[in-house]
Design a protein around this ligand. Structure first.
Ligand code: DX5
Ligand code: ZN
Length: 233
């Protein structure tokens, strides 16, 4: 189970070299990644199509060869996610998040994810206000705060939405909720420190990690956030 005792680094393989996806995953895990973030896009909810169930099934096989316990985090950017939760669960997802904007029945989707024994999260677009999430906060394992409009890697971080992170942190403290806060979009070693200080627990990095030496990139993130982690403990 995920805990609030540490900060999780989650490379998004959307920016990896698909010709050698297996090697890419092994290299970021060796370099210290905790979670593999898997971005599923349907060309409908978002204007792009990425990969889906068979690809997840193949890469899940890698888990058997890994020394440490790695979580596969499936970020569903698809309309009516309730149609596919069981398929992604059987294909090897450990964490599953869907977009609040993509379904009429968020409670039902959370129930399906939990019924599968998986870690359940809800994602919100930059334009979605936090109050629409409030009815679900007590039952969620994590909230995914989007800091770019979903659909593509390599976009610029939208600073104006970071208030959602501190607000979520305040609400969970006040109500004793257990959810973790994941931040996704435009992160690098500089703004990572800022979002951790505001309360983020899981950090997704696509283009930052996969655009250079993976090990050096992950080390630079750890170094940058270590000061904020020290403050947290
Ligand atoms: C965007 C995806 C992100 C993306 C992050 O729709 O949800 O996970 O891959 O990539 P960067 O870090 O390049 O913004
Ligand atoms: Zn994502």
């Amino acid at each position: 189970m995920l805990t609030r005792e540490k900060i999780y680094i989650a490379p998004s393989i959307l920016s990896a070299d698909f010709l050698k996806l297996g090697e890419e995953i092994e290299s970021v895990v060796r370099a210290g990644a905790d979670i593999i973030h898997f971005d599923v896009m349907d060309g409908n909810f978002v204007p792009n199509i990425s990969f889906g169930i068979p690809v997840l099934q193949s890469i899940s096989e890698i888990k058997k060869n890994l020394q440490q316990n790695i979580y596969f985090d499936t970020h569903l950017m698809i309309e009516k996610p309730e149609r596919y939760i069981k398929d992604f669960s059987s294909a090897g997802a450990d964490m599953i998040s869907f977009h609040l904007e993509a379904t009429y029945h968020p409670y039902r989707v959370i129930d399906i994810i939990k019924g599968e024994g998986k870690i359940a999260g809800v994602a919100i677009n930059p334009g979605t206000p936090l109050y629409s999430l409030e009815p679900f906060l007590g039952v969620l394992d994590f909230v995914l705060v989007m800091t770019v409009n979903p659909g593509f890697g390599g976009q610029s971080f939208i600073e104006n939405v970071v208030y959602k992170i501190s607000e979520l942190d305040r609400i969970r403290y006040q109500k004793n909720y257990k959810f973790l806060i994941e931040v996704d979009g435009g992160l690098n070693s500089d703004n990572a420190r800022v979002v951790v200080e505001l309360g983020a627990d899981i950090l997704v990095f696509g283009s930052f990690i996969f655009s250079g030496n993976r090990k050096q990139k992950i080390e630079s993130i750890r170094k940058s956030i270590s000061r904020s982690e020290a403050v947290l403990t």
